[in-house]
Write a protein that binds this ligand. Structure first.
Ligand code: FAD
Length: 968
């Protein structure tokens, strides 16, 4: 995409990479040209830039500018260096269009002619959301400097505050973890410096507006806003304002809350009403989280109507609110004017570089309300994210400015009343945007929870605690549907070894044999039920899992030490496995598929269960992988002996009980908890066991393989998902903030105890130092602690043995002088738990690691930009093949890596964990597993046998179907 090239060009340090980027974009796929209005802006700027670089450009018919063709032609004629200069200059020109100045001093100078024409200003210091404390502090300092500079430029402190200039601040840039789950520390750490900044602004009679960001941050933003207004130096101050996004369904309640707050704080609150800048990402996020619905409207008409409703409410409270209507939409502006009537106690706002003509027209000789220009200030490196948002906004099909530039857009549509148009449409929601639960064809998506919503998170935490406090958790062998209590032992919480989570007993030999006997007898009946009947039962189980989510999550957190968000995604994944395999069973295991063949004969092929399967699950996904294996085997028509990890029997028992409750017969599904080697020895030696599905270490998979091979009788199927020595490659075109965020999640989420976790990070030498600065800084923000607390990022290690292995590895690496960073482990509250802090080590080559290190330990290797092939070879040579992350803006690089690297799952420009059932089938190759992929379309077939059925339909004496055939 166009901006991607521009963005990368401005970021990458060397000309050679820049030229590769250009070649990549030009030779590769066609330019996406949906940027509409922005595209012509860009082409305009590029043309100017080319002229400035001394090139004459032959473009005759400007109405049919095709950026793709222009670039191709220019590249052929002029070569990449010229294009490089031109694109960089074009972006700079564009930057100048949307950004008032590179420094506040420059911006103040540029602002002067506008001020003389009566415009007001709000200055915004551009910057990405901070991921380190250092960056947040630097950003705050820039604001303080800006306040001083603006105060100096507007020395007279008199005049209404609502007419004075001000600044606009983004809270995500001022704190590295501006998330609701971090509320307590954000409140403590952010309010004092923010109060100082506002107090300085107050002293200079300058206003401060808090920009609105993602919907998930709204509650925290409102908390901060309320608290600031109560700080001593800011009490009663009317300069502290806030932006409200009309596209949020909560907009009107937020407006009402602000009116009430103004009453309580006895001041007028300036409220900037906007439609909102993150609509597309809100829709994506809603789907990702599996929310019951989106936080934003899905029809543009909904947003426009909400804007009008909020505007009316704001205008109706002149004693509490100073409304600031930010829009470039002429209809919205006209509506505001008509709502306000003779009232002039409000203002309009526009972004610098947008809506000039509209506001020039509005200001021209009218006794209008004042107009404020929101003026971004920043260097070219900082402007990109902002620029991309502006260009997308300009180019969006629904955008007023884009439609205005489009001669074909009907005028009557553009000026029609949104309320009337919305009333006229039957579906108030956009039928083209499916609800998050309906995005997968043929099955319901698992439902998620918005943990950043305090009402939701407090409810689920309470429900989890209640479920744990209720009946004590137990796990015993469940054979033929009957629980057999054996020698009970306590199950202890890895976050606090003094806390008993429940009691469990292990299966004895007699239990395993009995389970096999019963399972063999019951399997045929289960298989005969057919895929549809089994699907119905699995879907009921999925519903039950969601109903009892609090209990399952509570057990996952306490027994496996996983954090609350991890526990939630586990339940979701388990539910997705159940529903997806149910769908697959319906499609492929009901009846037989007809096959082509000669006339007078019918041929069909049916998939049936193999027999009895052993499902052996790991502790790191005690619910989702456990359930996925069992559901896969059951869906295909097998009977199952499920053996959970020794560390997590309670969760497994809870899952098995729910599956039984849903209708899986006790004779078909058995729980045989206990020591893997002991239970395995009994199961694997029995020739009636016809399949094993295993997830765990590569070594154990090899042992199982050998045991199965050693026995006589039918050769069973083995499906093994094993470990990985997973790498992430970051080249010089990557975005450092995004890399840092994705590395944190990939390497340290779940305390690095995921088979997909990042172990070796390859950083291109040219940018390695800058990237590492962000990565190591972001590590400082990770919080180890009780996984039940929402603020915890990293919970415990599963047991002492695992911690011992990690400690030994870290000690060796540290002795070799490779330590880059180790987080301290000083919290006395963690003393009773099995915690191990995140570490980062610098290594020279991947070969220094011989096996998977299963925990929060990251290894960093630097590589030269021209040695990408060597990096791929090194990753392949490690022998594993599970996940790989890539951060690069060059498609050619992504393709190069895709072709070369032999791993099961590649993730580009995102983190590399958390595969989604059906969307990202998961599993590795070589040392990482046998395949097929869990949650993928080929999984169930591996649990099945194939039976073909051929009938000579002519045997009765003739071929009736042939003889009755009509001639066309
Ligand atoms: P219109 O074309 O009338 O509206 C476009 C808006 O409609 C889109 O931005 C989108 O939000 C919404 N939309 C598009 N399609 C749909 C759909 N299918 N369903 C529902 N809604 C849809 N935004 C912030 O988020 N935070 C801020 O702090 C912020 N500050 C701003 C400050 C100023 C001075 C200005 C002018 C805008 C600010 N914005 C902010 C708003 C934002 O960036 C856009 O400029 C604004 O949404 C465009 O609205 P419009 O009325 O000019 O255009």
């Amino acid at each position: 995409m166009l901006m991607c090239l521009a963005e990368a060009l401005l970021r990458v340090p060397d000309a050679e990479t820049q030229d590769r980027l250009i070649r990549d974009k030009i030779a590769g796929r066609a330019w996406e040209s949906h940027l509409g209005h922005s595209q012509s802006l860009f082409v305009n700027a590029s043309t100017w830039a080319l002229m400035l670089t001394g090139q004459v450009v032959e473009i005759k018919d400007t109405s049919r500018w095709d950026f793709d063709a222009i670039l191709r032609r220019l590249a052929a004629r002029l070569g990449e260096p010229v294009i490089r200069q031109a694109v960089v200059r074009a972006v700079k020109l564009l930057g100048r269009h949307f950004v008032l100045g590179r420094t506040i001093e420059e911006a103040l100078k540029e602002a002067r002619p506008f001020v003389e024409r009566g415009y007001r200003f709000s200055f915004d210091m551009l910057g990405e959301a901070a991921v380190t404390r250092g960056h947040a502090a630097r950003y705050l300092e820039r604001y303080r400097e800006a306040v001083r500079a603006i105060a100096a430029a507007w020395p007279s402190r008199t005049g209404s505050l609502f007419e004075r200039p001000g600044i606009s601040v983004k809270l995500t840039a001022l704190h590295p973890r501006f998330d609701f789950v971090k509320r307590r520390e954000v409140m403590v750490e952010l309010i004092p410096p923010l109060t100082r900044l506002c107090a300085e602004a107050r002293a200079a009679n300058l206003a401060v507006t808090i920009d609105a960001e993602e919907a998930e941050r709204l509650d925290l933003m409102l908390d901060i806003f309320e608290a600031l207004g109560e700080e001593d130096p800011l009490q009663g101050w009317e300069g502290l304002g806030i932006a409200v996004q009309a596209y949020q369904k909560r907009a009107l309640p937020v407006v009402r809350w602000l009116i009430d707050l103004a009453r309580r704080q006895q001041r007028i609150i300036p409220v900037r009403l906007v439609k909102g800048a993150y609509w597309d990402s809100e829709i994506k996020r809603g789907q990702e989280l599996g929310l019951s619905d989106y936080p934003v409207f899905t029809r543009k008409l909904g947003t426009d109507t909400s804007y009008l409703a909020c505007a009316r409410a704001l205008l109706a409270a002149p004693e509490q609110i100073f409304p600031q209507f930010a829009t470039h939409n002429a209809h919205t502006l006209a509506a505001m004017e008509s709502f306000a009537g003779t009232n002039r106690k409000f203002e309009f706002q526009r972004l610098y570089g947008m809506g000039e003509a509209l506001y020039e027209f509005y200001e021209d000789g009218r006794a209008g309300a004042g107009t404020r220009i929101y003026a971004p200030v920043g260097s070219h490196e900082d402007l990109l994210a902002y620029l991309v948002r502006r260009l997308l906004e300009n180019g969006a099909n629904t955008s007023f400015v884009n439609r205005l530039a489009n001669d074909k857009a009907p005028l009557e549509d553009m000026i029609a009343d949104p309320v009337v148009r919305l009333a006229a449409v039957t579906s108030k929601r956009n039928p083209r945007i499916a609800k998050p639960q309906d995005i997968f064809p043929g099955r319901r998506n698992s439902s998620g929870l918005l943990l950043s919503d305090p009402a939701t998170s407090s409810r689920i935490l309470l429900a989890m605690q209640r479920a744990l406090d209720g009946a004590p958790a137990t796990s015993h062998p469940i054979i033929g549907g009957v629980e057999r209590i054996r020698l009970e032992k306590p199950v202890l919480d890895p976050a606090n070894r003094r806390r008993e989570v429940g009691r469990a007993s292990e299966a004895v030999e007699e239990d395993v044999r009995a389970a096999l006997d019963i399972a063999v007898a019951a399997q045929l009946g289960w298989d005969r039920q057919g895929g549809s009947a089994r699907a119905g039962i699995l879907e009921r189980a999925a519903d039950l899992f969601e109903e009892r989510r609090a209990l399952l999550m509570g057990l996952i957190v306490r027994e496996a030490g996983r954090t609350v968000p991890n526990a939630l995604s586990e339940v979701r994944e388990a539910v997705d496995f159940l529903r997806y395999y149910a769908k697959e069973a319906r499609t492929h295991f009901q009846g037989a598929a007809l096959l082509p063949g000669i006339t007078g004969e019918s041929n069909s092929l049916a998939l049936r269960g193999r027999g009895v399967f052993a499902c052996i699950a790991p502790w790191n996904f005690p619910l989702s992988i456990f359930t996925g294996q069992v559901a896969g085997a059951l869906a295909a028509g097998n009977a199952v002996l499920a053996k959970p990890a020794e560390q997590t029997p309670l969760i497994a028992a809870a899952a098995i009980r729910l599956l039984h409750e849903a209708g899986v017969p006790g004779e078909v599904l058995h729980l045989v908890p206990g020591d893997g080697a002991r239970i395995g020895k009994i199961m694997f030696a029995d020739p009636r066991l016809l399949g094993v599905v295993f997830t765990g270490s590569t070594e154990t998979a090899a042992l199982i393989n050998r045991s199965l091979a050693a026995r006589d009788g039918p050769i069973p199927a083995l499906i093994a998902e094993t470990g990985g020595l997973n790498a992430m490659i970051v080249d010089s075109t990557a975005l450092p903030e995004q890399v840092a965020k994705d590395v944190m999640v990939s390497a340290f989420d779940s305390a690095g105890q995921r088979c997909s976790s990042l172990r070796v990070l390859f950083l291109q030498e040219d940018v390695a130092t800058r990237m590492l600065d962000q990565i190591l800084g972001a590590m400082d923000e990770l919080k180890l602690g009780d996984p039940f607390a929402l603020a915890t990022d990293i919970g415990p290690i599963i047991d002492e043995e695992a911690r011992g292995n990690l400690a030994a590895h870290a000690e060796r690496m540290t002795k070799e002088g490779k330590l880059l960073k180790k987080l301290p482990l000083t919290d006395p509250l963690l003393a009773d738990g099995v915690f191990f802090p995140p570490h980062a080590f610098a290594i020279q080559t991947m070969g220094e690691l011989r096996r998977e290190v299963f925990g929060p330990i990251l290894h960093v290797v630097r590589f030269e930009g021209d040695r990408l092939d060597a990096v791929c070879d090194a990753i392949n040579a490690a022998g594993y093949g599970l996940t790989l992350g890539l951060h690069s803006r060059i498609d050619e690089t992504a393709e190069f890596i895709r072709e070369r690297i032999r791993v099961g799952n590649i993730y580009v420009n995102r983190n590399q964990i958390g595969a989604v059932v059906e969307a990202q089938p998961f599993g590795g190759e070589r040392l990482s597993g046998t395949g097929p992929k869990a949650g993928g379309p080929h999984y169930l077939a591996r649990f099945a046998v194939e039976r073909s059925f051929t009938v000579n339909s002519a045997a009765a004496g003739g071929n009736a179907s042939l003889l009755t055939l009509d001639e066309p």
